[in-house]
Design a protein around this ligand. Structure first.
Ligand code: MN
Length: 323
């Protein structure tokens, strides 16, 4: 099967701002091939999109980013990174859109920057990564200090993309350390990211933020970080005696969209569509951590009808992000 003339939109597609990256260089061991692609927002990226058949990328800063920097550094750095990204989108408006980088360590400034990027720069939402460092403490995104970001997301009618980052050091110590040397990706895309991000999504549902902001929209990648597979059980367990009442599965399916980033599995896709509906699943690659062609080739073979596949490839993104 071919994709014919289907527009293909991918929305968990990363780059690195050079001024941001210098703050993390010492800790970063990523390969030269990966670094070249993270820093490229022009010829190489567009060529690899064309070769794979991807029409449009929604660009986002990869982790680590401003969530781990002091507020006095994070605020001006996010602003300059967003301005530079806006210039890239302006140079290639038919190929790129953008998610904002937020200086989350200063939540009120983050809400202001979110507003500026959407209303002045035309950004389509914002991306947050894992925990945020505030006064040396690792704080998860459901914390009430971050709710000004969600308040603004609802007011602007744009989504927040909940993206993975390195797990909490205590989790690494307890869960992974014995296997980290032989299997370093266990801490990240192999399993650590999934647990970390799914846990944050669960915490967000339990926090009551969706009662406070009933039109808030959240995106999670990697086919929902395994949550569609677990929704029924989470919901059933939380409805047992002794738990505060929460319609977990309904809240998740009403407020979350998921993308296929880095998880090109037919069985995971079908489970996700059965739980959430085809209107809630959006194509993504996770470039350049994942190559474009396997994602597009996979979409040609997914066991779904053409109408649902079109929604996943572009229709849902066009509606959610107003592209
Ligand atoms: Mn990613």
């Amino acid at each position: 099967m071919s994709l014919g003339k289907s527009r293909v939109i991918a929305l968990e597609e990363h780059y690195w701002d050079r001024d941001m990256a210098v703050h993390f260089d010492a800790a970063d061991a990523r390969s030269p091939k990966l670094r070249e692609r993270l820093f490229d927002l022009g010829e190489l990226r567009i060529r690899e999109m064309d070769e794979a058949g991807i029409d449009f990328q929604v660009l986002s800063q990869g982790a680590p980013a401003t969530h781990r920097l002091a507020p006095d550094v994070a605020v001006p750095l996010a602003r300059s990174a967003n301005d530079k990204l806006a210039a890239v989108v302006k140079a290639h408006p038919s190929r790129f859109a953008a998610f904002a980088t937020l200086p989350a360590p200063d939540p009120k400034a983050a809400a202001e920057e979110f507003d500026r990027t959407v209303t002045k720069l035309g950004f389509k939402g914002a991306m947050v990564h894992g925990f945020t460092l505030i006064d040396g403490q690792r704080v998860y995104i459901d914390d009430k200090r971050f709710w000004p970001i969600f308040e603004r997301a609802q007011a602007l009618d744009v989504p927040v993309y909940l993206h993975p980052a390195t797990p909490h050091p205590a989790v690494i110590e307890a869960y992974y350390k014995e296997y980290a040397a032989d299997f370093p990706n266990l801490l990240s895309s192999g399993w650590g990211f999934t647990v970390e991000t799914a846990t944050q999504a669960i915490r967000l549902v339990l926090s009551g933020v969706f009662t406070a902001y009933p039109r808030l929209k959240i995106i999670v990648g990697h086919l929902g970080e395994s949550l569609p597979f677990s929704l029924w059980r989470i919901n059933q367990a939380l409805s047992r005696a002794g738990n505060k009442s929460v319609p977990f599965r309904d809240i998740f399916c009403e407020h979350f969209h998921i993308t296929t980033s880095g998880n090109f599995s037919n069985s995971a896709l079908l489970c996700s569509v059965m739980e959430m509906g085809a209107d809630r699943v959006l194509f993504s690659v996770d470039y350049p951590f994942v190559d474009n062609p396997p994602g597009v080739e996979w979409m040609k073979t997914v066991p779904l009808g053409n109408e649902d596949r079109e929604k996943i490839l572009h229709g849902n993104a066009e509606r959610l992000l107003k592209l």
